[in-house]
Structures are given as structure tokens and as C-alpha cells.
Design a protein around this ligand. Sequence first.
Ligand code: ZN
Ligand code: ZN
Length: 111
Amino acid sequence: MAILEIDCPICGEVLELTDEDRGELEVGDAIVCENCNAEMEVVRNENQDFEVELLGILTTCPNCDQEFDVTEEMLAAAPTVQSAGGEEASLVRCPHCQAGVELLFEEQTEA
Ligand SMILES: [Zn+2]
Ligand SMILES: [Zn+2]
């Protein structure tokens, strides 16, 4: 069975889709990266053509428990803060309660 590999645009994780998975996906459906929760919308799914577009990163606000999407624009505008562990985190604001939410990305960079 053919397996289609998609690189997550956020964390670089390889998402594997089998023919069966693809058969169940329609244009407009969203797939979510298991590693970083990035949400991608299927924009094309025909024969050899499969394309996704990054929607955002599905995040649950620790303050009000509501889910929201962090988009690339939000990330670009987000200030960077030092998290408790010393890593760099992006500070975005929850659209529901306006609480600041720290987003941490595990970068898969090899030294
Ligand atoms: Zn990812
Ligand atoms: Zn909130």
C-alpha cells in the first residue's frame, strides 16, 4: 500500500497517510500533527496530487479551556519569552479570555 508522507510545516514531523487515510479525506478536511498539534487543511486530493495548507496550531487555553488556532501571522507577531525551562516560547493571547499562552516548539535541529 502506498504511503504518502507529509512534512509538518511547523515541527518537521513526518505525517504518514495511507491510501485508506487519503480515501477518507476530502478537500476542506483538516489533519492534525500528532507532535505539535498543527492543523492543516486538505486543499487537493486527487490521484497523485495531495496538498495541504497550514491552518494554524490547535491550542487549548490553560485558563479557560477553550480551543483556538494559532496562525502563522499570530506567531510572527508574538513576542518571545523565556519559559521556566529556559527555552524560548512564543507568547500568544487567547481570543476567548485574553490570557497569555506560552507556546513551546521542539525544534528538531541537529547540532
Ligand atoms: Zn508538527
Ligand atoms: Zn482562554
